[in-house]
Design a protein around this ligand. Structure first.
Ligand code: SF4
Ligand code: SF4
Length: 712
């Protein structure tokens, strides 16, 4: 009787502590801004639960740690039945679950998973203590050790309790199904009944006490993810992967007192706060982050942990003030430290290239980029505090509609070609309303010398294929991608509205662009402002033209080619097939993948507006990627993005490797094989575009206020 009273008291105390802490945690979420995350696409949500939560797909992408976690996760699911059995046994000898409680296969599963979890714990300790991967740098390792010991304790006490029950004859399962427990039961042979009963009592109590302590402890630890992961996956954004969190902005009504983005922890949305609860500190994001991997202070993991620390530190005071009065709450909110630089250093926020590697790697679907951009929005629009070199790019975007600061009319200059090429005559869309395709040139294509060649060659390919196409010319502006990702949402929205208006006026059947950033913005973000267009990236379009037989590569190239996937194609939009199909269609090419490719590609360093920022710390991201490409046995590095083209060409030149490796856009390679002429194949990386005087004046390579970052 005493035993039952004591156990009941402990269970109630543990549940009460769990409930009180859970109430506070839910209260902390309530401190955040609203965010409409009502699930709408239920089939996708169901799939996510089955694949990400129960199938552990993202974890299993890393085989050894994935299998380790799979064992422990499924062990917890299956062994929940043994926990119920253990507590039930306190109240009733020989207790078993109704209906399934004596079913042999369940006993076998329990036995199997006890072993699997112990193997998983052994693997976890091996990884943490012997392998010691860098991804754990900054994680709470001691806390993880306690949890692993606790889980090991739960498993061993299950085994000994089951073994004792077998030897006492009140084990609910047929022991032929439970060979492991049965083997352990041999240990008790020859012991007196009293000893075996005592062992049973000690281990079942030990087991129950660990469980009750564990229940409370997880709500204060990183193992909170055991409870929140399923919810975090359920409330994952249904936006396309490449689309940033929309921001309501009434440009007419903006005032200095408005808060833009996230200035303090309470400016984060409840979902962003839930992200912080859910971080497992596994460091997968950190291990993939180009900034962290090149020695910068940004680690997506540490950023999320810092935000969680801030919430846990300030949350209790805020909740207390909220319960007192509205006035007290407002005072407590006003006393919150600024997220930047008090909680997260400014440098950390500006290091991000928005490559998406962290979001992709995260096993619990944490959305780091939205949080980083929200902090940038505050710094740019609220504080006017950002790297000084961004200033000229932002000013140019606002005044001339492109970060190069060039006049609108200069958008047509690329059509003149080099001094050895014929000028192209491509109509404005208003002169060709029946055009099959609107060629969206993009700012880098229009103003950067190297990319003017790409744009010219792509236009030639469309002419050869007989595609009826047109351009917007001076009516095209920057899509706003760099402005949005730098945090200047008001400039982005201004540009987006202008472009959507121009596009809606001409209603193009299909838009083709050579720039993954333009593609992503028009395809994924313009719908947030009512602009829905059929957009395709030129690598996919060229692959289609080749398949249809409209383009026939015939000249043998004798090149060993590798391809650098742009993040905004491969990772954000799953666009990676076309480029490979085009390369494979070119006779005489031998293709070799880079080590990091497709969804696992490594950033060139230009995304997230980083093109217009200096890299002051660590190794330059473009050099890291260039070194990877140079280490391959290829002589040609194919690209599908004007920014990657600039960054990697500069990288190859900086390594003095122009004679070893040529950087070429997919369109240039294809044209070489179709219509060989010296202009399209000659020259090293970063060669001078043989431009007219006018184009030289416009050139982004001329020293000027809007020079993008270079690698020298
Ligand atoms: S988006 Fe890329 S650069 Fe930014 S934190 Fe994530 S991994 Fe790092
Ligand atoms: S954010 Fe995701 S990937 Fe990064 S440490 Fe946390 S759980 Fe792991």
């Amino acid at each position: 009787m005493l035993e039952k009273v004591l156990m009941t008291t402990l269970i109630l105390a543990s549940l009460a502590a769990f409930a009180l802490r859970s109430r506070d945690l839910v209260g902390f979420l309530g401190l955040g801004e609203p965010d409409d995350r009502i699930p709408r696409n239920w089939s996708r949500k169901l799939k996510d639960q089955l694949v990400v939560v129960f199938g552990q797909r993202k974890l299993l992408q890393w085989s050894i740690p994935g299998v380790m976690h799979f064992f422990i996760f499924w062990g917890f699911v299956i062994l929940f039945t043994t926990i119920v059995e253990a507590f039930g046994a306190v109240y009733q000898e020989g207790f078993h679950l109704p209906l399934i409680g004596t079913w042999g296969p369940l006993g076998a599963l329990q036995d199997g998973f006890v072993v699997a979890v112990l193997v998983g714990i052994g693997m976890a300790f091996t990884i943490r203590k012997i392998q010691r991967p860098g991804r754990f740098r900054g994680s709470h390792l001691r806390e993880a050790d306690y949890i692993l010991f606790a889980i090991a304790g739960i498993m061993l006490t299950i085994l000994f309790t089951r073994a004792a029950e077998i030897s006492l004859g009140h084990f609910p399962y047929d022991t032929r199904w439970t060979p492991v427990s049965n083997t352990f039961a041999q240990l008790f042979e020859g012991m007196s009944l009293q000893t075996r009963e005592a062992i049973d009592t000690v281990f079942s109590w030990w087991h129950s006490l660990i469980i009750l302590a564990f229940l409370v402890y997880i709500t204060y630890s990183k193992h909170l993810h055991i409870i929140t992961s399923g919810f975090n996956v359920l409330f994952t954004s249904e936006r396309p992967k490449g689309a940033l969190k929309p921001m309501h902005l009434d440009i007419e009504q903006m005032s200095e007192d408005d808060t833009f983005g996230a200035a303090t922890v309470s400016d984060l949305t409840w979902k962003q706060l839930l992200d912080t609860f859910t971080c497992t500190e596994c460091g997968r994001c950190q291990s993939q982050c180009p900034a962290w991997n090149t020695g910068k202070p940004l680690s997506p993991k540490l950023l999320i942990m810092d935000l969680r620390d801030q919430l846990f530190e300030r949350g209790p005071q805020l909740l207390k003030a909220k319960r007192e009065s509205d006035e007290a709450f407002q005072t407590a909110l006003a006393e919150l430290p600024a997220l930047n630089p008090e909680v997260v250093e400014d440098e950390v926020i500006w290091d991000c290239t928005t490559c998406g590697a962290c979001v992709q790697a995260c096993p619990v679907n944490i959305e780091h980029i939205d949080t980083i951009v929200d902090m940038r929005r505050n710094l740019v629009m609220g504080e006017s505090r950002f790297p000084r070199e961004m200033q000229s790019a932002l000013q140019s975007l606002e005044t001339t509609g492109n970060p190069w600061g060039q006049p609108h009319q200069a958008r047509l200059e690329w059509m003149k070609g080099s001094s050895r090429q014929e000028a192209l005559e491509i109509p404005h869309i208003s002169e060709a309303p029946d055009a099959e395709v609107l060629f969206w040139v993009g700012c880098a294509g229009a103003f950067d010398d190297r990319n003017k060649k790409v744009v010219y060659d792509f236009a030639r390919l469309m002419q050869i294929a007989g595609v009826k196409f047109a351009v917007l010319g001076p009516d095209e502006s920057c899509t706003g991608d760099p402005a949005r990702r730098m945090g200047a949402e008001y400039i982005y929205q201004m540009l987006a509205e202008q472009n959507i208006e121009a596009l809606n006026e001409h209603k193009p059947k299909k838009i083709v662009t050579i720039c993954p950033h333009c593609f992503n913005t028009i395809f994924n973000e313009y719908p947030q402002f009512g602009g829905v267009f059929d957009v395709v990236h030129h690598t996919e379009y060229l692959a289609e033209l080749v398949k249809e037989g409209r383009l026939k590569p015939t000249a043998s190239m004798e090149k060993t080619v590798t391809y650098h996937d742009p993040c905004y194609n491969a990772r954000h939009n799953d666009v990676w097939k076309g480029a490979r199909e085009v390369i494979e269609a070119i006779p005489g090419t031998e293709y070799e993948e880079l080590h990091r490719h497709k969804h696992s590609t490594f950033c060139c360093g230009a995304g997230g507006g980083r093109m217009w920022m200096e890299e002051r710390m660590g190794k330059k991201v473009n050099m890291e990627r260039t070194d990877e490409a140079l280490a391959s046995a290829s002589d040609t590095l194919a690209v599908g993005c004007p920014f990657c083209n600039i960054m990697l060409s500069d990288g190859v030149t900086e390594r003095h490797a122009d004679s070893e490796m040529a950087v070429r856009d997919i369109a240039q390679l294809l044209l070489e094989s179709i219509e060989f002429h010296p202009e399209s194949s000659a020259g090293g990386n970063g060669e001078e575009y043989p431009a007219t005087k006018e184009t030289e004046e416009m050139s982004g390579t001329a020293a000027g206020p809007t020079d993008p970052q270079t690698t020298d």
